[in-house]
Design a protein around this ligand. Structure first.
Ligand code: GLN
Length: 276
């Protein structure tokens, strides 16, 4: 394989190369050379060793082959916290921070919150880190995802109880003051599943292999038995699903049903509360 890093390349010359998006390029350069952003500047004249050149070349090639930067370096920031990632979990998205903010506004003091389909643990860990008074439970059907989520709770000093559960399968008769979820909501066969970063993410975290609403339906139907009176259910969903999710909530007797927009102006989270 020919190297993507020419002989004699310096830290500075590699920052100017145009193979990749400049931000991706910088992140991979820091990762391959184990340098901070500041060190990229202070060491700009340094010529790469053969080992470093080989390591960087391999990372650049993976990115050129389409692999998301977050998987290549094994981490991503979410809600100001650092998360470990493997391809067993979805890469946390900035729009999911909206769900965290709405949850924080509705979580009573010492409240009990359940995160359904936690994946990397991003939502649960952000909540537990921000609100140490809360009792946070997070579940997932994937043992591999739970292993990643446990690591993220511990590295971020967040106390989270994890349950291996297929939706409400293992929640027994427990009740909560808030339920949140970012479930798989992309319809089976949606062309986005075959494009970009999504090709590398776990299919079961993205799609319900049905119409995109089946996980949302199960959560809406099951949550009332696990929510205190007047407690909120908040769910992230796809760009065109807010009307359908509002209808589901209304049909199941929830009140105060509404949707909230993400920073891109897309109705991204819908919720409602059980009757008092
Ligand atoms: N937000 C993701 C995307 O559209 C999907 C995440 C999900 O299905 N929960 O890329």
């Amino acid at each position: 394989m020919t190297s993507l890093v020419p002989p004699g390349a310096t830290v500075a010359s590699l920052q100017r190369q145009a193979l990749l998006d400049p931000v991706d390029n910088r992140i991979l350069l820091c990762h391959a050379l184990n340098l901070s952003r500041t060190a990229l500047i202070t060491q700009s004249d340094r010529v790469l060793t053969a080992d470093e050149a080989a390591r960087l070349s391999a990372l650049l090639q993976r990115r050129l082959d389409g692999e998301p930067v977050a998987y290549i370096i094994g981490r991503r920031e979410f809600y100001g916290l650092d998360f470990d990632l493997t391809p067993a979990v979805l890469i946390p998205r900035p729009e999911t921070e909206l769900l965290v903010e709405l949850a924080l506004e509705r979580l009573p003091p010492r409240g009990r919150v359940l995160d359904m389909g936690t994946g990397s643990g991003a939502i649960a860990v952000a909540l537990a880190h921000t609100r140490p008074d809360a009792t946070v439970t997070a579940l997932d059907v994937s043992p591999d995802a739970l292993a990643v989520a446990r690591r993220n709770a511990s590295s971020n000093d967040a106390t989270v109880r994890f349950l291996h559960s297929d939706w409400f399968g293992a929640t027994a008769d427990e009740t909560f003051d808030l339920i949140v979820s970012n479930p798989p909501y992309i319809a089976d066969g949606d062309r986005h599943l075959a494009e970009g970063d999504l090709r590398f993410e776990p299919a079961g975290a993205l799609t319900d292999y049905a119409d995109g609403l089946s996980a949302l339906r199960r959560i809406v139907a099951g949550a009332p038995a696990h929510l205190e009176r007047g407690a909120w259910l908040l769910m992230e969903h796809g760009y065109d699903q807010s009307d359908a999710v509002q209808e589901l909530l209304t049909a199941h007797g929830y009140t105060d049903v509404q949707s909230w927009h993400d920073l891109a102006g897309i109705a991204r989270v819908t919720g409602g509360r059980t009757l008092r």
